[in-house]
Design a protein around this ligand. Structure first.
Ligand code: TRP
Length: 332
């Protein structure tokens, strides 16, 4: 039996190269492994905890879908769907919430983070917390458990959520037998934490990102903004402490990377280093960008692909939900 590997991306921001290098690229690599059945989805109901503007929400959701496809996700191989198109997940969400202790949710870091900052700012503890944020990990557990997922490739910040899914599954299984598969997280250790324009981790919350599908001119402008020191061109540079080189490594073929390393060590001007980075990135992104733009111009096509995927997902989720409901005592 193939192992199920599942991951989702929530549409809460414009997708940037950190998302690509940290999540999309490794997930697409894993999907090539014949031992896995891969299910990748757009966690739109998770996005709804934050985004409350319909037009923006729609664009962000389609944007994630188009990004996966632009980088080569094959919807005939990967089960590729929108969470909101698979209603069984939401039924399961309620069932699981009856097996998730509130204390466990209190400790979930996203919620706890908001409470902590409310304390610091001397605000009401619950300021800015909707119930979606509070019970976010339960919906994520439903995503994972619905498909008997064995492996969840995630970033470090999501480890706790996978552990919560395990806890909930164990609670349920204790009562009704081995219904749910206990999932494991897999953190892509070798994926670099990509630095953003200012050198901190590239993240929407630091406002230092390079959007993935920026047109060439804007891409160049952004690259020109990347922070460098004031060493003169001929001074040898340490490639491993340079934001420019760290980004370059991700987009250039290995032999070019080695050549560039030499250039840093023997002295390269930052202007030139930026130009070289722009060249490799622009070349790498050219084709996916065209594909992305094409897909974004035809949302009908995206819907078709996603609904097709949802149908395949439901072929798994519908019978499994029935089985779960029988176990808990609904009908015979
Ligand atoms: N919470 C994840 C994130 O913010 C997105 C997500 C939702 C997810 N459901 C999931 C990831 C299930 C893995 C598995 O990145």
């Amino acid at each position: 039996m193939k192992k199920t590997i599942l991951t989702g991306i929530k549409p809460t921001g414009q997708i940037h190269i950190g998302n690509y290098i940290g999540a999309i690229k490794p997930a697409l690599e894993l999907a090539k492994n014949e031992e896995y059945r891969a299910a990748y989805f757009i966690a739109d109901y998770h996005g709804l905890t934050k985004i409350h503007n319909a037009e923006k929400f729609r664009q962000l959701s389609y944007g994630i879908a188009a990004a996966w496809l632009a980088f080569g996700l094959d919807p005939s191989k990967v089960i590729f769907y929108r969470q909101s198109d698979v209603p069984e997940i939401f039924e399961l969400n309620w069932i699981l919430s009856c097996f998730a202790s509130k204390g466990l949710m209190n400790r979930a870091h996203a919620y706890k983070g908001i409470v902590d900052s409310n304390i610091q700012l001397d605000r009401d503890l619950d300021y800015g917390v909707n119930m979606g944020i509070f019970s976010y990990p339960i919906l994520m557990a439903a995503d994972i458990l619905m498909f008997k997922t064995e492996i969840v490739p995630v970033g470090k910040d999501q480890i706790q959520h996978v552990e919560i899914a395990r806890d909930i599954a164990e609670n349920f299984n204790k009562n009704y037998g081995e219904i749910f598969v206990l999932p494991q997280y897999e953190v892509q250790e070798d994926t670099a934490i990509l630095p953003g324009l200012d050198g901190r981790k590239m993240s929407k919350s630091y406002n230092n990102t390079i959007p993935l599908f920026e047109e060439s001119k804007k891409l160049q402008k952004l690259i020109n903004k990347i922070k460098t020191d004031s060493l003169p061109p001929e001074t040898p540079k340490n490639p491993d402490s340079s934001i420019l080189f760290t980004l370059y490594k991700e987009f250039a073929p290995p032999f070019e990377v080695e050549k560039m390393r030499e250039q840093y060590l023997s002295g390269i001007g930052w202007g030139k280093a930026k130009k070289e980075l722009f060249n490799v990135m622009d070349k790498y992104l050219e084709e996916p960008r065209a594909k992305y733009n094409e897909l974004m111009a035809s949302p009908k096509r995206l819907d078709e692909i996603l609904l097709n995927g949802a149908e395949r997902a439901r072929a798994v989720s519908a019978p499994f939900l029935k089985e779960i409901k029988r176990k808990i005592g609904f009908g015979v």
